[in-house]
Design a protein around this ligand. Structure first.
Ligand code: CP3
Length: 352
């Protein structure tokens, strides 16, 4: 029997129900800006060993909840677990970010990609989810997540991070049918992975489309949004008698918030390049909005952080449906006390 949820502000806000204040959590809330995270990562050896150890992954997931009393926990893992389970050989080179030993470049590479069984090679993720759910003991809801097919494909084809997207865009323009085949397999993999996370105890889901914003509007619809639609249509939307809200986040996707809302998702992540007031007008209050303080605002003084929090809250304005967050992940050199100032300001200034 799972414990009843004591703080459900996050789930209620995503359902656009009234809440006594605006819930708050932070993308990359467990990570290198926290000294207690660095200690556990060192104990694990490296980042992937940390992800694949359910007890330690649980420990770092709870660190920011304990420190800041945030309103949601997010599974400690990575979006690149799926391509790793497909056999691409994920590794992290220090200071260089993720790399794949076996990138996907040819038709033969795409054809041999499996759709991984989430209870086999990705079992460690499901074990982390159920361990975290047990240890949270109903304090706050647990968010499960995945990358979008387009974003996963960029890493799979480039073989790591990229500045010019030359290989993935090369495939898009030279052999779009091949890219579609790859995106379809990846979307199928994401659907079974996320449904397995819900089965293991995830109470809300988020899809990170970090690189959708590098596409033209027509290509965004065809190569990114279309596969997020396939995912939204394939997800388990209810568990334990409660809705499992789904949030889509395309970084630099402010101009597409209206068509993203058309997918039937419950919420949209919003980065700081669009005002929440405009985002709200664009989506006509059909979905909840999550965001959107510029992560660099946390380099400012406590007074300026409070002022910028107020600006974000005022920009959303009256009414339900806002989840406070940064517009992208927290930077690793931020002083954790500044995040504390942000969270306190949200709690105080959003009180209704
Ligand atoms: O938000 C959380 O606290 C949950 C954990 C989480 C991580 N990665 C842990 C992580 C989540 C939700 C992600 C998502 C992720 N991973 C995305 C999408 C979100 C975004 O930021 O746009 C992407 C593109 C990745 C791929 C990835 N993983 C990169 C590019 C890197 C290296 C970047 C860097 O900051 O060095 C990672 C590694 C990674 N994933 C770290 C963490 C805490 C840092 C690894 C370390 O501890 O050394």
């Amino acid at each position: 029997m799972t414990a009843a949820l004591q703080n459900d502000l996050y789930l209620r806000a995503l359902n656009r129900e009234d809440t006594e204040r605006t819930p708050v959590w932070v993308m990359r809330q467990a990570g290198r800006y926290l000294p207690e995270y660095l200690r556990v990562r060192q104990q694990a050896g490296d980042f992937m060993s940390l992800c694949s150890n359910p007890e330690l992954a649980c420990e770092v997931t709870l660190q920011p909840i304990d420190r800041f009393n945030l309103d949601a926990a997010i599974l400690f893992s990575d979006i690149l677990t799926i391509p790793d389970a497909m056999g691409l050989g994920l590794h992290f080179e220090t200071g260089e970010g993720p790399k794949f030993s076996n990138p996907v470049r040819t038709r033969a590479d795409v054809e041999k990609l499996p759709v991984p069984d989430p209870t086999d090679k990705l079992r460690y993720v499901m074990d982390a989810v159920s361990t975290i759910r047990r240890e949270l003991n109903g304090r706050v809801p647990l968010i499960g997540f995945s990358g979008s097919p387009w974003t996963l494909a960029t890493y799979m084809v480039e073989g790591g991070g990229t500045k010019d997207f030359s290989k993935i865009k090369g495939m898009l323009f030279a052999d779009p049918a091949l890219l579609h085949e790859m995106l379809d397999k990846t979307a199928q993999s994401v659907i079974s992975y996320l449904n397995a996370q819900v089965e293991a105890g995830a109470q809300s889901l988020m899809i990170f489309d970090t690189w959708g914003g590098v596409l033209s509007p027509a290509d965004y619809r065809e190569f990114s949004l279309r596969y997020m639609q396939q995912i939204v249509d394939g997800l388990t939307r209810k568990a334990d008698g409660r809705k499992v809200p789904v949030v889509l986040f395309t970084k630099n996707g402010g101009q597409w918030l209206d068509i993203m809302a058309d997918t039937g998702c419950d919420g949209l992540g919003v980065d700081w390049t669009i005002d929440l007031a405009d985002a709200r007008r664009k989506t006509g209050d059909r979905v909840a909005l999550q965001g959107n303080l510029d992560p660099s605002a946390l380099y400012g003084s406590p007074e300026s952080i409070r002022a910028n929090v107020k600006r974000v809250l005022d920009s959303y304005g009256e009414g339900p449906g806002h989840v406070f967050n940064l517009g992208h992940g927290i930077h690793q050199h931020v002083n954790p006390e500044h995040l504390g100032v942000m969270v306190e300001a949200v709690r105080e200034l959003s009180q209704r």
